[in-house]
Design a protein around this ligand. Structure first.
Ligand code: HEC
Ligand code: HEC
Length: 359
């Protein structure tokens, strides 16, 4: 299975930088009194933290790739560059250009399909934060690279923003997961966030993920917007111990259609195995998820989020992020003993089962 290499690369770059630095220091110091007492070692300047990554010790190279869709290589299929020509969606009277679809504001293809959204969701603020409706879609149903926000408890979501602001919630894999959300959490004024979260909370459950057990799956490649795309060759490959989550219609999701959901291929038998773990903890191996997240897995109170019917990729990411400690927010400690004992296979089974439940 492909593994992430990014950290190894950046670590060797850092090493190269340190070496380069000591070489030039040595060259600079060489002509000075050679017999003098050795100079105190001058520490190399700390490498500037790259954007919003987890601290180096919490970054991982050995995690399964399926929950973390990497940025696609150059030349991969994407929206055409903006030529001023609008895109259309069947069933919508609206039309938007590439620039509008990939801009600061969110496109609203079906304004009658959701309550009126406040400005932070639709407009954002140029140079400060991007509208929530872009990445989470206008109704908060979310995509495999983000999380759904519809119906989520407001206080839980506020705490997540606080954790991100306080550098307590990161992704375990460099340049992945929550990385694009952290600058939003740091930039969005509190009252704008509150308006957006109240709105998302008010939106009811979605039937958004179709879980299909399969031995073989279409060969996939990293797509634009961090979506997983089907390889044009039409080839099939074994699913192995992975979940493959792809848009029901890649074209619609690329245009940020909030009415077109996702299909999640999961290994044969994984839903049943996941159910046993979630409901019983696998004979006492772990604490049953239902003990805290509720018998119906719809969450409990303001701190324990719902898990049912959400993106399995997002669920898998959170479990690895907790497990590695990259996500260690104010209330994450309760998850720590749970995730510590989960194997890669458990994480696939649990994520598959949870995704199969109604929201
Ligand atoms: C640039 C894309 C992007 C934008 C814009 C964006 N988000 Fe996010 N958001 C994400 C990603 C990515 C995640 C986390 C995915 C993960 O951890 O796996 C996330 C996660 C969240 C979470 C945590 C949900 C949970 O279940 O823990 C909240 C809350 C949230 N976003 C709120 C907002 C709000 C409010 C706005 C607008 C002010 C917003 N987001 C705008 C990408 C975005
Ligand atoms: C002891 C109580 C407890 C148990 C048991 C528990 N959880 Fe949690 N879980 C929490 C709390 C509290 C949070 C919120 C953590 C935070 O805010 O960082 C959470 C958060 C999560 C999240 C993050 C969701 C999101 O919106 O990002 C996932 C996924 C999750 N739990 C899955 C599970 C699974 C799967 C199990 C069982 C294998 C489980 N939990 C068992 C208390 C628990």
């Amino acid at each position: 299975m492909p593994r992430h290499r990014t950290v190894a690369v950046s670590a060797s770059l850092a090493l190269a930088a340190v070496l380069a630095c000591s070489v030039s220091l040595a060259a600079f110091q060489a002509p000075a009194t050679p017999a003098a007492t050795p100079q105190a070692v001058i520490p190399a300047p700390a490498r500037a933290r790259i954007s919003y990554e987890a601290p180096t010790e919490l970054q991982h190279t050995d995690l399964p790739q399926w929950p973390y869709t990497p940025t696609p290589p150059p030349g991969s299929p994407a929206l055409p560059p903006d030529d001023g020509q609008p895109h259309h969606l069947p069933g919508s009277t609206k039309a938007f250009t590439t620039k509008e679809i990939d801009g600061v504001g969110a496109v609203d293809w079906f304004p009658d399909s959701h309550p009126k959204a406040p400005a932070p969701v639709t407009e954002g603020k140029a140079g400060v934060y991007r509208a929530c409706g872009t990445c989470h879609l206008i109704n908060g149903y979310g995509k495999s690279d983000t999380e759904n926000l519809n119906g989520m408890p407001v206080a839980y979501m506020q705490q997540q923003l606080e954790d991100m602001k306080g550098d307590l919630r990161h992704a375990a894999v460099v340049n992945m997961g929550v990385i694009t959300m952290i600058p939003v959490a740091k930039g969005v004024p509190t009252e704008d966030a509150k308006a957006a979260l109240d709105y998302f909370h008010s939106i009811g459950p979605a039937k958004w993920i179709r879980v299909v057990e399969a031995d073989t799956v279409p060969k996939t490649i990293p797509g634009p917007h961090r979506l997983t795309a089907v390889d044009a060759s039409g080839a099939k490959e074994p699913i192995d111990n992975r979940i493959i989550e792809i848009p029901e219609s890649f074209d619609r999701t690329l245009l940020r259609d909030p009415t077109s959901g996702f299909i999640a291929y999961v290994p044969v038998g994984s839903v049943k195995k996941g159910e046993v773990l979630v409901k019983t903890g696998g004979g006492g191996r772990i604490m049953a998820c239902t003990a805290c997240h509720g018998a119906d897995l719809h969450g409990m109170g303001d701190t324990i989020p719902p898990l049912a019917g959400r993106s399995p990729s997002a669920t898998g990411r959170q479990l690895y992020d907790f497990k590695t400690g990259a996500r260690h927010g104010k209330n994450s400690a309760m998850m720590k003993p749970v995730v510590e004992k989960l194997t890669d296979e458990d994480i696939v089974n649990i994520s598959a089962y949870l995704a199969s439940l109604p929201q």
